[in-house]
Design a protein around this ligand. Sequence first.
Ligand code: AMP
Ligand code: MG
Length: 500
Amino acid sequence: MSSALQKNRPDTAFSFDNSYARLPPHFFARQAPTQVAEPWLIKLNEMLAEELGLDVEILKREGAAIFSGNRVPDGAEPLAMAYAGHQFGQFVPLLGDGRAILLGEVIDRSGKRRDIQLKGAGQTPFSRRGDGRAALGPVLREYIVSEAMSALGIPATRALAAVLTGEGVRREEILPGAVFARVAASHIRVGTFQYLAATGDEDGVKVLADHVIERHYPALKAAENPYLALYEAVCDRQAALIARWLQVGFIHGVMNTDNMAISGETIDFGPCAFMDSYDPMTVFSSIDQHGRYAYANQPGIGQWNLARLGEALLPLIDPDRDKAIEQANAVIKAYGERFHAFWLQGMRGKIGLASAEDGDLELVQALLALMQAQGADFTLAFRRLSALAGDPEAEAAFVSSFREPAAAVEWLAQWRERLARDAQAPGERAAAMKRVNPAFIARNHRVEQAIEAAVEDGDFSLFEALLAVLSKPYEEQPAFAAYMDPPKPEERVLQTFCGT
Ligand code: AMP
Ligand code: MG
């Protein structure tokens, strides 16, 4: 082939435009991925690749090389981002991407800027004592759960691909190594602001805030105080996000400030899991020994993290520190009210109310208390209630979620009394409820089974099946009815691991 022809041949699947790489050099460290022995493409998310405007044919052919980091595509400017973070309440002034490398940014089909990052792509200047790698299990967990969240309609980073490296990683035992390619509106975290603020770099904080406004909140450029407005907007998105988490029984597991994205996407799926039977103090993470990040603590922890963001933004909010603190305090207080409003609105939807009345909170709380006392499965109980809204015959199924049916029947009487004042036809109400009460969540035992088959036997069929089911969480899918079931006692998974 002549060199002219060679030049014309499109040799990359990506059209990168890397705005983060144009920020001041101390925001990141340029770092290429480390080569791996024998990359093998486990999975390419073709729909997402299309959405990103990538060349799917090239990715099918060369995905193993590209997503393992063995071949850095043209136009990529690989870098590790610097950030700080409060880990379980302790401030660490420099964390950074110790095993993740941002390849670059692309503009997707709808004009939105998206990061493409490889997680587990080798050591960086931020690796400390870590090996820069990821094990297959946590990569599959993040793949499954982040896609499940997104299919539920909850903002989350996305899974673009997963690759086996052909190398082992040393954890408690030697495990197969993998790289996870993920996509985010950006990987900027609360901890990114904290990193700059902690060194007294007020100019840096301003540059980052301007970048974030441009990228995620462009309408705020016109605000009277764009930085205060930015703070409000980030708090608002987190309030909405965490309310959504609670409504599907999601437990993030490691809500450190370095794992909270400024874009409002769920990020860093480590020991995350969905709750089966309803218990507000549910914790899965093996490292969360005091339940700091338990299910019901998440809104409060969100507020604590956002207070840390507020501290980093203070100099931008007002040059007079006292005035800045007063304004930031008002925002963080409003977060509590915003969260409650989002949550209550969502819960009204879950019990089939289109209207709002004063007693709704009590009605919802009574159901939750009953579910807790009676060991009801969170997801199934709401799904069965949805069916009951359209079909009185479905009462037995709903009631069977509770150990003592009588208590559930009593609650149903209050519910029906309230529904009588809510103008919706039964069929319409049932359909609306089924759009917010999923039939399928990424149940922990299913996730573990899929991971175990892949890690122990190289069998990815359960992983594929689970992804397929979870891509339509609100549809009935009778062929996969068993995926709706809670774990049998011997299948219950009580602990999940970070996998670092
Ligand atoms: P995480 O708990 O995954 O959010 O990670 C917390 C911090 O530890 C981040 O700075 C990560 O980059 C870093 N880290 C986690 N695992 C590794 C690893 N295997 N090698 C290097 N750094 C890591
Ligand atoms: Mg993290």
